[in-house]
Design a protein around this ligand. Structure first.
Ligand code: 8WW
Length: 162
C-alpha cells in the first residue's frame, strides 16, 4: 500500500524591485534556517489561504506590505529521519508598500537578482532561482541528509501552471 505522504504547508516570499533588478533577502536570526539568507515566510496557519499566509509572513518579518503576491513555484523538501515533508509555496511580491526593516526573525538586505549569495543560502536555491528570474513556474523536490546541507537527490521541472 502506498504510504500517504505527510507534509506541512509553508510560504516563501521574495520581494522583487524589478526596476532596480534587485531582490530582498533576510538573514534568519533564529529558528529553522538560522544563519541562512532566504526569502520571507513560514507556516501557513489555520483559517488563512497560502497567499494570505505569504502576505502575513512578509509583513511580520520584513515590514513590507504586499498588495499582491504571485505564486512562482512549489518546492518539496524531505529530510533524512523526518517523515513529514515540507511543502513550500514560493511567491514573488512585486507590488508592495513600506521600507524593509529588521525584525526579531530577519535582518533584511537587498541583492541584485543575478548576483545571489548562494553560498549563504539553502543549497537548493541555486538550482531553482534561475526559474524565478526567468519568470518560469517550477516544481522542485529536494532530499536532504539530516545535516540540512547535503542534497542526496533532486528533481526540478518547469511547468506551465501551478
Ligand atoms: N529557500 C529555501 N527555504 C527553505 S524553508 C522556507 C520556508 C520556511 C520554513 C520555515 C520557516 C521559514 C521559512 C528550505 N528548506 C530546505 N531548503 C530550503 N530552501
Amino acid at each position: 500500500a502506498d504510504r500517504a505522504a505527510a507534509h506541512r504547508l509553508y510560504t516563501l516570499v521574495f520581494p522583487v524591485d524589478a526596476a532596480a533588478g534587485r531582490v530582498l533577502l533576510g538573514m534568519k536570526k533564529r529558528g529553522f534556517g538560522r544563519g541562512k539568507l532566504n526569502g520571507f515566510g513560514g507556516k501557513v496557519e489555520a483559517g488563512e489561504t497560502v497567499a494570505q499566509g505569504a502576505v502575513r509572513e512578509l509583513a511580520e518579518e520584513s515590514g513590507l506590505a504586499a498588495r499582491s503576491v504571485e505564486q512562482c513555484g512549489l518546492l518539496l523538501f524531505y529530510f533524512e529521519g523526518d517523515p513529514t515533508a515540507m511543502e513550500v509555496h514560493v511567491f514573488q511580491a512585486r507590488d508592495y508598500a513600506g521600507a524593509a526593516a529588521e525584525s526579531d526573525e530577519m535582518r533584511p538586505e537587498w541583492f541584485p537578482v543575478d548576483q545571489m549569495p548562494f553560498d549563504r543560502m539553502w543549497a537548493d536555491d541555486r538550482f531553482w532561482w534561475p526559474c524565478v528570474v526567468d519568470g518560469a513556474k517550477f516544481v522542485g523536490r529536494f532530499w536532504f541528509k539530516a545535516d540540512q546541507t547535503t542534497i542526496v537527490r533532486q528533481s526540478l521541472v518547469r511547468v506551465d501552471s501551478l
